[in-house]
Write a protein that binds this ligand. Structure first.
Ligand code: SF4
Ligand code: SF4
Length: 498
């Protein structure tokens, strides 16, 4: 074991839901399925309003050439019913964005489409199995939602790390999944190893505050898999931090773990790979933790994508007042203005908060330059400088301080004695920089178009002038020929008379 720099020990509040078995959430009357639920290329609908759909049927995919090679996966209906609208709806995002969504009115039957499992995937090539995983819509379920087949593509991978550390406060879905579905996870790991072309080592990392999950996985695993306890310190579950803890490699910004022969997948992604390949089931649901002081009965629910969050909060016993609704964990999650948003592939936790928080609520005070934030930053950044430049809107300078290396883990905000919501400042700066870049791209494109149009008009003008000149030249040539012919004719007439 190695250590990574920084990190914090927040109160976990995992006991609220850690002992609750996973139960299926009810199917809501309407499902709202955003066309883009992962990092990468967006999908386009292939259904129309009024179409009947079955659970697991593809309803949108990327029309671009060979989707399986692109950063995209198809979108499947998460229950059976009728498409009633394709329109913009609010989606879970820190900026409160709207995005195009397919709305399905469910029929309550939850009927699967015909499922085609791969009977003996081990007899197929690694690329065929990857294609199958891509067609099943599997993305990384640990956070960012990176299409899983892309992470299975690099060659020369000798170490597969399965991330079961779940270091964020409040979240217990992976813990419960490892306790209750350890055999599915192990079967999924075998699928992933095959899709990677075989790996020398496979390590499952579980934080040492999850003894039951550790025992359960240890029982299900064979001697080909190392089950490892890692120390409980936030953010051990971050990809780079976990790689550092297990192998000592320090992955820099811009480097991929595959450079070191390593790939990391989450435990729930492993289960999704198992369900895709061995059961033929596309990714249409996942386990999420619904917790917080504003629900009577915090639970871990298997939720169909597109289910509105309010439906889940009701199912867990909504209290009359919700102070804040946080999507994701208490450290890296973001607040949403209402509970109408749908659950998407990257949603792993909902915290309906009422008075409970991992840190005392206190008004924001000026920065006292104590340097505590820099002491805990796992990326070894200077959070205080990032804060100053973000506040001053100096978006050029802030990039010199590696803003985009920040993983928004929230350690700096957690320790700040002045209660400055530092991560909110960084998110603001990142959004503004990306907006500026997009605007610049649009302006460059418009300039290019204008220049090309001017060039085309000029070229057409020159071509027209040349055409006119040629026509005039041809005409004068023909006139001369006509005149010569007339002269010859006149001469021959004169000769005839003579
Ligand atoms: S922890 Fe807060 S008060 Fe201290 S230097 Fe960082 S931003 Fe300033
Ligand atoms: S949020 Fe960013 S700056 Fe703050 S501790 Fe985490 S990585 Fe460092």
């Amino acid at each position: 074991m190695w250590n990574f720099y920084g990190g914090v020990h927040p109160n976990g509040y995992k006991d609220l839901s850690a002992t609750k078995s996973i139960i299926p959430a009810k199917i809501p009357p309407f499902l709202v399925l955003p066309l883009l639920q992962h990092i990468g290329e967006p999908t386009e609908p292939i259904v129309n309003i009024g179409d009947k759909v079955l659970k697991g049927q593809i309803i949108a995919h990327c029309h671009a050439y060979n989707c399986r090679k692109l950063m995209t996966v198809p979108l499947h209906a998460s229950s059976s019913g009728t498409v009633i609208a394709i329109e913009e709806r609010a989606v879970p995002h820190p900026s409160g964005l709207t995005a195009p969504c397919i709305i399905i009115e469910t029929d309550g039957k939850d009927t699967w489409t015909k499922l085609v499992p791969l009977d003996d995937y081990t007899s197929l090539s690694a690329s065929k199995v990857r294609d199958y995983i891509a067609r099943a819509g599997v993305v990384g379920l640990g956070g960012a939602g990176f299409p899983a087949h892309i992470k299975l593509r690099p060659s020369g991978i000798d170490t597969l790390i399965i991330n079961g550390s779940e270091c964020e406060p409040y979240i217990t879905c992976d813990d419960c999944l490892m306790q209750e579905h350890s055999h599915d996870i192990i079967a999924g790991i075998k699928v992933i190893r095959h899709a990677l072309g075989g790996t020398e080592r496979c390590i499952i990392a579980i934080e040492d505050n999850k003894p039951d999950a550790y025992e359960s996985i240890l029982k299900a695993a064979d001697e080909q898999i190392e089950v490892v306890k890692v120390p409980t310190i936030y953010p051990t579950g971050g990809e780079r931090q976990l790689i550092c803890v297990l192998t000592g490699h320090k992955i820099k910004r811009g480097q991929l773990p595959s450079k070191f022969g390593i790939v990391v997948h989450n435990v729930e992604t492993a289960r999704a790979a198992y369900r895709a390949v061995q059961l033929g089931q596309p990714l249409v649901s996942r386990v999420i933790t619904v917790t917080g002081g504003a629900v009577e009965n915090p639970q871990n629910l298997e939720v169909s994508f597109g289910t509105p969050m309010r439906f889940l909060i009701d199912q867990c016993g909504r209290k009359p007042e919700i102070e804040r609704l946080i999507v994701g964990g208490a450290m890296m999650g973001f607040a949403q203005p209402d509970d109408d948003m749908p659950v998407v592939k990257t949603t792993n936790c909902l915290i309906a908060s009422l008075g409970d928080r991992i840190k005392d609520k206190a008004p924001q005070m000026p920065c006292i330059r104590c340097g505590e934030c820099a002491n805990v930053c796992p990326l070894n950044l200077l959070p205080q400088q990032l804060y100053w430049y973000s506040k001053a809107k100096d978006f050029k300078k802030i990039q010199d301080y590696k803003l985009f290396e920040c993983i928004e883990c929230g350690c700096c905000s957690y320790v700040c004695p002045s209660h400055i919501p530092l991560v909110s400042y960084y998110r603001y700066a990142k959004t503004e920089i990306r907006r500026g870049e997009n605007e610049q791209k649009k302006a460059d494109l418009a300039k290019q178009r204008h220049e090309f149009r001017s060039f085309r008009l000029q070229r057409e003008k020159i071509e027209r002038q040349a055409k006119h000149k040629k026509a005039a030249a041809d005409k004068s040539k023909q006139d001369k020929i006509k005149a010569a012919l007339a002269r010859v004719k006149e001469k021959s007439l004169k000769l005839d008379k003579f």
